[in-house]
Ligand binder design. Structure first.
Ligand SMILES: Cc1cc2nc3c(=O)[nH]c(=O)nc-3n(C[C@H](O)[C@H](O)[C@H](O)COP(=O)(O)OP(=O)(O)OC[C@H]3O[C@@H](n4cnc5c(N)ncnc54)[C@H](O)[C@@H]3O)c2cc1C
Length: 418
């Protein structure tokens, strides 16, 4: 079957790989000049199987209220808000109900664990390099209450068979000597021992190259401007490329993997995908003192900031801002990332020459990605991966390939119409 995939980010390129492995003829259509130049470009780098709890959890509403009015708050809901943002906010609150949040956590945990296995298998099979480190993720807790919450999370993870271990501050230092100066402030940590880290953009580019070698076609600088459909089927994609006449790209089936832009593409067809672009920031810093820099990926649970070692750089990422498709870099949010780096690891990074970046997480209220069949017989979704698109990429794409081929995915997850 000839399948056209919209988008060459983590979701689109991974889908191309697994669908090609299943024997399909693949064309990937991407408006940028290369893969992974949008949200998959400079994310936090974590394969974070040990963090399945969505933002929409029972503690979130109070937390958001406490952050109100703070310019560098980890989560910021900017006003005035358009209808889509208000609607998304209400749905987010509903997903914070304990029963909903528990079900969402379980579903994400299953898909994340499966995805971790698929990533390892793929790496062994194709041998790609992307500054990967399999040293786990350390979740750092700076208060006894946060440590208690971490211990509850750890029990849930262990019941699910996901590697998670509570560590004292001394044990953290033994594992990651870069934390020596921080130990007196730490209450403890949880080590997600199945977790990894690596550069998502390098991964996506390398996998796209392998896809090409395997026979996939990539159309870059090519924008899908609309989708032609009747009530039952997609008839083609209206595409345009600078310097060429617009035309209709036709295939047997289509996969929507356009990240945050999946919503506006489906809107004219009367489909409302509950995906909102949630802006996040990262700072990539060269190392002044590599020996004192962490190589275990870290999550500061108090400030919701993650940090990953990518070769001779440190990537620091975080913050969530609901402000439409705006990609401006807010000075307060950028400097909060630099302050974090100096506070945690004084003198280790070159904070004078930071590389700031912002990306739009394609986020559903539940943080569950939308994977599976649409109401159109020949259109599939692989989108809405929110905060975990790197963690969930390989598992989502393998499951999608199974769904396209009418076989049951090997993972317990609420796939759409599968
Ligand atoms: C600050 C930050 C930190 C993060 N940290 C982590 C982390 O540590 N771990 C983790 O698992 N996840 C993390 N994420 C989330 C992860 O990066 C995203 O979930 C993931 O990149 C989404 O991938 P995607 O392929 O769906 O979207 P994208 O990467 O945005 O890809 C979509 C592609 O579709 C293309 N496109 C859109 N519309 C069209 C069109 N009309 N025509 C043609 N092409 C089109 C775009 O150009 C783009 O290339 C983070 C995100 C951010 C912002």
């Amino acid at each position: 079957m000839h399948i056209a995939i919209i988008g060459a980010g983590l979701a689109g390129v991974s889908a191309a790989w697994y669908l090609r492995q299943a024997g399909h003829e693949i064309t990937v259509i991407e408006r940028d000049a290369a893969p992974a130049l949008e949200t998959s470009f400079a994310n936090g780098g974590q394969i974070s199987i040990s963090h399945p709890e969505p933002w929409s959890n029972p503690g979130a509403p109070m937390q958001v209220l406490r952050w109100l009015g703070k310019k560098d708050a980890p989560l910021l809901f900017r006003w005035p808000a358009e209808m889509a943002r208000i609607r998304w906010g209400i749905e987010f609150l509903l997903e914070c109900l304990p029963g909903r949040s528990r079900a969402n956590t379980l579903a994400i945990a299953h898909l994340a664990a499966y995805s971790g296995q698929r990533l390892k298998a793929l790496r062994e099979e194709v041998g790609i390099e992307y500054d990967q480190l399999a040293r786990g993720v350390l979740h750092l807790y700076f208060s006894p209450e946060a440590l208690l919450h971490g211990a509850q999370q750890q029990r849930v993870l262990r019941e699910l068979g996901i590697g998670a271990e509570m560590l004292s501050p001394d044990a953290c230092v033994a594992l990651e000597p870069a934390l020596t100066g921080l130990a007196p402030r730490l209450s403890g940590a949880m080590l997600g021992s199945d977790d990894e880290s690596g550069d998502a953009q390098r991964f996506t580019s390398a996998l796209a190259q392998r896809c090409r070698e395997a026979g996939c076609r990539f159309l870059f600088d090519t924008t899908v401007t609309g989708i032609e459909a009747d009530n039952q089927r997609i008839g083609g994609l209206r595409v345009s490329k600078p310097g060429e006449m617009p035309y209709l790209h036709q295939a047997d089936a289509y996969v929507l993997a356009a990240g945050s832009y999946s919503t506006p593409l489906m809107h004219p067809l009367g489909e409302r995908l509950p995906i909102y672009p949630v802006k996040g920031y990262s700072a990539t810093l060269a190392l002044r003192d590599a020996a004192r820099a962490p190589s275990t990926s870290l999550t500061d649970e108090s400030r919701r900031i993650v940090c990953s070692r990518l070769g001779d750089q440190l990537r620091i990422a975080g913050t969530a801002e609901l402000n439409g498709y705006n990609l401006d870099l807010d000075a307060d949010r950028c400097s909060a990332l630099l302050r974090w780096a100096e506070d945690m690891f004084p003198g280790v990074c070159d904070t004078e020459d930071p590389h700031f970046w912002a990306g739009l997480r394609p986020t559903t209220p539940s943080n569950l990605p939308i994977i599976g069949r649409s109401r159109f017989a020949n259109l599939y979704y692989n989108t809405g991966h929110g905060t975990l698109g790197w963690t969930l990429a390989c598992g989502s794409a393998q499951a999608l390939a199974n769904i396209v081929d009418d076989t049951a995915p090997d993972v317990d997850f609420p796939f759409l119409r599968a």
